[in-house]
Design a protein around this ligand. Structure first.
Ligand code: ZN
Length: 403
């Protein structure tokens, strides 16, 4: 987890300083919870009486709570503080090509309720169905600050429009408009962003891989390949919000046809769909499952059981992924590359070849100290965690990655 710059000196008028210090304490509590006032004072550089005063305010406002006592270091056992999980809630929605998941998450981005269904190809019906579930959650959850959508495609974050989601065949979908036709609680704000952006955010806030890196590439490999980019400690979306669409870089001109309309895109050589299709093409026994996600799970089982064809397909995919990652490393020179999405279930089978291929193909010197790691989240869950984190950002704004 990212460390804070501790004891930072901030100048400004008194009330601004107070707000900033309160936010600083909230971020520290979130990061180190449960934590005592004394430890907060030591870590923040704020004196004990200021910490006590600000904590009293945060408790009265409902953001922080006292929760048990810690070990004594001479004298009374200190009271421990944590974030009040009920302070603020978020509905986070993860849309993937096969499955849509709607969760109700608390202020610590822990999931309280979850509902899933097969993604509906008609976007209107899809967002109506999500609105129905959100209405249910709202009735039980209250205190909901935001509804956040994670989308496998290019998203106009400002206007809340899905510009292009090739694997869903969606273009120019006005999410805010459609969703609100069925949402009963119209005053709740909504946000939408690309799933890989949320994944890198989740890893940065909640994961245990990111330390102090400021240049991170998160490669989300599901039906397609998306990347979330943190460059110089900021999420990088690009001018048209299409930054990170490395899944559609051409690695084989005139090669396999892609859903984006082009030929030879990287994701046509390294996604879970490629694993499933390649295996089914050559094997007399088709993989079991009603969609690519389920068939990919069968494929992973076959690899684990030592099925030679499955292992060969995994090896080919590892090489293709390595070539693409080498291109990205050459272009961006990151400190950390994180592999996420359902493909990470295959990590043990692909990691050696993937890392070796990157080292062989990246330009001289660019892989020095480069770390390539699997995500710290369960396969396929990082983007919805990121969406839940994004929904509570108002509590902590200003001290983590600017978004
Ligand atoms: Zn493409």
């Amino acid at each position: 987890m990212r460390r804070l710059i501790e004891g930072k000196i901030i100048t400004g008028n008194q009330s601004k300083i107070k707000d900033i210090n309160k936010q600083l304490l909230l971020v520290m509590i979130r990061q180190y919870q449960p934590i005592s006032r004394v430890e907060l004072s030591e870590k923040s550089g704020l004196n004990k009486s200021t910490v006590s005063k600000l904590i009293r305010e945060l408790i009265n406002e409902g953001y922080v709570r006292e929760n048990g006592r810690g070990e004594s270091i001479g004298g009374r056992k200190p009271v421990l503080l944590d974030i009040n999980p009920y302070a603020i809630k978020t509905i986070a929605v993860g849309i993937s090509v096969n499955t849509t998941t709607v969760v109700l998450a608390d202020a610590n981005s822990h999931i309280e309720k979850e509902s899933s269904f097969d993604t509906i190809s008609d976007p209107k019906d899809e967002f109506y169905k999500i609105a129905e579930i959100s209405n249910e959650f709202y009735k039980e959850g209250k205190n909901i600050s935001e509804i956040v959508f994670s989308i496998p495609g290019i998203v106009d974050v400002k206007n809340k429009v899905i510009k292009f989601a090739p694997n869903l065949h969606w273009k120019n979908i006005r999410v805010d408009e459609i969703f609100r036709e069925r949402l009963e609680f119209t005053d709740i704000p909504i946000s939408i962003d690309n799933e890989a952006n949320f994944s890198v955010l989740a890893e940065s806030w909640m994961g245990n891989i990111v330390k102090n890196e400021e240049n991170i590439v998160y490669i989300l490999i599901n039906e397609g390949i998306g990347t979330g980019l943190i460059i110089n400690n900021r999420l990088f979306r690009g001018y048209n919000y299409s930054a990170g669409e490395f899944g559609h870089m051409i690695i084989n001109e005139g090669g396999r046809k892609c859903q984006c309309g082009n030929f030879g895109c990287w994701e046509r050589y390294g996604s879970i769909k490629v694993a499933v299709d390649s295996y089914n093409l050559e094997s007399p026994y088709h993989l079991r499952g009603k969609n690519n996600e389920e068939m990919f799970d069968s494929f992973v089982d076959n690899c684990n059981k030592g099925d030679k064809l499955a292992i060969k397909v995994a090896e080919d995919i590892a090489k293709e992924l390595g070539v693409g990652i080498a291109n990205i490393v050459n272009g961006l020179d990151p400190e950390l590359v994180i592999i996420g999405g359902r493909m990470v279930k295959l990590w043990d089978h692909i990691k050696d070849t993937l890392i070796r291929t990157v080292e062989e193909h990246a330009i001289f010197g660019s892989t020095v100290n480069l770390r390539i790691e699997p995500t710290s989240f369960k396969a396929g869950t990082s983007s919805i965690v990121g969406a839940a984190v994004y929904g509570v950002r108002k509590l902590y704004s200003g001290y983590h990655i600017s978004i």
